[in-house]
Design a protein around this ligand. Sequence first.
Ligand code: BGC
Length: 246
Amino acid sequence: METLGIDVGATGIKGSIVDLSSGILVGEKVKIKTPTPATPEAISFCIKEMITTLAWENKPVGIGFPSIVKKGVCYSASNIDETFLEFPFQDYLEKELSTNVKVVNDADAAGIAEMTFGKGREDTASLVIMITLGTGIGSAIFYNGVLVPNSELGHLYYKKSIFEKYASNSARELKGLSWKAWAKELNQYFNHINHLFSPDLILVGGGVSKQFAKYSQYLNVPCRLETAQLLNDAGIVGAAMSVHTK
Ligand code: BGC
């Protein structure tokens, strides 16, 4: 079976049709810049454009979204427009697109994909934490293969703010940090997570996971720490998978 998965990020929106039996992207991967302001109307417009490009009209769509999402309603808006707070995005999109839509947290989506098709699939009998490093920091916690949704570990307090403001990839870019300087913050972050949860495996996802070799030598965490196998496509794959889960 194939389904369209869309990963909405604070910087870019990426989508592709996904083969759900293998987790492999089928055909073209479409990318659109996230509009500013990133309002429900503006994002819905981009999603419609993507659906037309991929000829996926009136078929089910799964969306990974950078917000706490409960039953399709958004409850946080750290890197998107504030109009999303308490906004029933899933219902809104179902009306706009005239089809079944599932909206879930983007990091949870990436984690589900990684646990099913990536490195996590061998670690279902343990505590696995997936961390996505992008504009924000997303997290997905799995215990014995079961997701604890909406964990928001990027928002743990750190220095005068939250870890996301220091250890995300956008913090590295914004502050022009060297890999070594950025990895110092990242090291604090992963050690903090390790101290709080004692995970068996931390999986690093998001765009910058592709460049893991540039900063991994500066990380010293007393637990397994590896890059996600699906790298930056995990969000798309997990979004597509979410359509067929409860
Ligand atoms: C959001 C999370 C999201 C993460 C990654 C954070 O700012 O609060 O919900 O998973 O960014 O996009």
